[in-house]
Ligand binder design. Structure first.
Ligand code: NAD
Length: 440
């Protein structure tokens, strides 16, 4: 099939590449000329495991192309995916300008029947607005073209996006016509299975499924994070509590790990987005408002721990391991590291940081941080090590070497990856603080 992806970011590039891997002809289009120029030279602008190999192979096999020619992308394909960003506005509502701009482009250029698919995460009712914009543009051109607008939200997780594309828990398609359902079923035939079903719904339900899913996952994280702060006060261990809860099959163990708050390009903005949409309709969003607040508090709880361990950070050297919002991505959007680095720099600390992939993105926000090329270089004469992202390479470090390098051996472990080493750390004289556990 012929597919165009409008927006060649984390979602458009990964899903476009994977569609081409299934044998489809894919045209990825973006208004960012530098990005398209780089991709046409075989340079992949984001870090996602396994992506580069797939991009290069599909370019070579002539199934994957990149362009800034929006008109060509409208008319060369049968299915047009909208994969542009939907960031939060200041008031928490969803900025749909990029989505509507693509809709306008489609309406201005549409010449034959197409299926337009909202893959971006968009509030309920957006497909109707996209339809109205395209119809309006067609009317201006005095054109009558049949088209369908479908909702097909994306559930991929950065860091595991390719595996998620080929092995999704489900593929949700909100569609109104038999034609669009048939076309979408044909497109997804290669990956839909009995156990990974294609779920057809009405358009509005599909739009809501995406927000409801992210809001539920965020709720579990905030729930366990809030309990973790209580555990620290009463001397309980959140990892034991999570395990004990998770063994209940009605609850399950996933998304019950305490940490320093969720970040990334989805959970924070989608929770704010659904709160805004719910309240727009005069309904209560009190649960999700509490989820959002608990997350903000959790990110800030690290600052309290820093103060309790090193006191005033002025002129202190703080080492950070991990800047991305989670491992295996270079994405730093809404990462807890942003709030923590800002606090440290604003208060006169010297910050040295290492991350395997996210340094170029972080540097744009924080040029004053000293970035190092190897993890241990961040530790020289450091007063404190902050472990903020659980990249594999941080999991089994040489604690004796760390102790020798640091001014005093102190660790705040924001992801509880060193809990199993507590006895060793104690013997070596470390001060150690995890999340939701007693300080050692
Ligand atoms: P992104 O910022 O990485 O990419 C968006 C791209 O769209 C950019 O390259 C931008 O230049 C391009 N763009 C903007 N306007 C355009 C236009 N008019 N025509 C063509 N291209 C245009 O965003 P992303 O992370 O890929 O997210 C895209 C959407 O998918 C969002 O709604 C997001 O919530 C959703 N989503 C993201 C993820 C994720 O893990 N990143 C997962 C699921 C869903």
């Amino acid at each position: 099939m012929k597919v165009s992806m409008f927006g060649t970011g984390y979602v458009g590039l990964v899903s476009g590449t994977c569609f081409s891997d299934l044998g489809n002809d894919v045209l990825c289009v973006d208004i960012d000329e530098a990005k398209i120029r780089a991709l046409n030279k075989g340079e992949v602008p984001i870090f996602e495991p396994g992506l580069k190999e797939k991009v290069l192979r599909n370019i070579k096999e002539d199934r994957l192309k990149f362009t800034t020619d929006l008109k060509k992308a409208v008319n060369d394909s049968d299915i047009l995916f909208i994969c542009v960003g939907t960031p939060s506005k200041k008031d928490g509502s969803v900025n749909l300008d990029y989505v509507f701009s693509v809709a306008k482009t489609i309406g201005q250029n549409l010449d034959s029947r197409k299926i337009i698919v909202d893959k971006s995460t968009v509030p309920v009712g957006t497909a109707d607005k996209v339809k109205a914009i395209i119809s309006e543009e067609l009317k201006k051109r005095d054109k009558q073209v049949t088209f369908d607008v479908v909702s097909n939200p994306e559930f991929l997780r950065e860091g595991a996006a390719i595996n998620d594309f080929f092995n999704p828990d489900r593929i949700v398609v909100g569609a109104e016509s038999d034609y669009s359902r048939e076309m979408m079923a044909k497109l997804y035939k290669g990956i839909a299975r009995t156990t990974r079903p294609l779920v057809f719904t009405d358009v509005r339900s599909a739009e809501l499924i995406k927000y409801a899913s992210n809001a539920m996952l965020a709720t579990r994280i905030s729930f366990v994070n809030q309990l973790s702060l209580y555990c620290e006060k009463i001397g309980a261990d959140i990892t034991a509590v999570s395990k004990g809860m998770g063994l209940d099959t009605r609850i399950g163990s996933r998304f019950l790990y305490a940490g320093i708050g969720y970040g990334g390009s989805c959970f924070p903005k989608d929770v704010k987005g659904i709160i805004d949409s719910i309240k727009e309709e005069g309904c209560s969003a009190s649960i999700l408002e509490a989820v959002h607040k608990a997350n903000e508090d959790q990110k800030k709880s690290v600052i309290k721990k820093i103060k309790s361990i090193v006191g005033d950070v002025k002129n202190k050297t703080i080492a950070i391991w991990g800047l991305s919002f989670k491992p295996k991505t270079d994405d730093i959007r809404e990462a807890p590291s942003l709030i923590i680095a800002k606090y440290l720099l604003d208060n006169g600390a010297h910050v040295k940081a290492f991350d395997p992939e996210a340094i170029p993105n972080f540097k744009k926000e924080f040029p004053k941080v000293k970035y190092v090329k190897k993890p241990y270089e961040a530790l020289e004469k450091a007063d404190l090590l902050l472990l903020l992202t659980e990249w594999d390479e941080f999991r089994n470090p040489d604690f004796e070497k760390i102790k020798d390098l640091m001014k005093s051996p102190k660790i705040i472990d924001g992801r509880n990856i060193y809990l199993g080493y507590r006895e060793d750390l104690k013997k070596l004289g470390y001060e150690y603080q995890g999340v939701g556990v007693k300080k050692e």
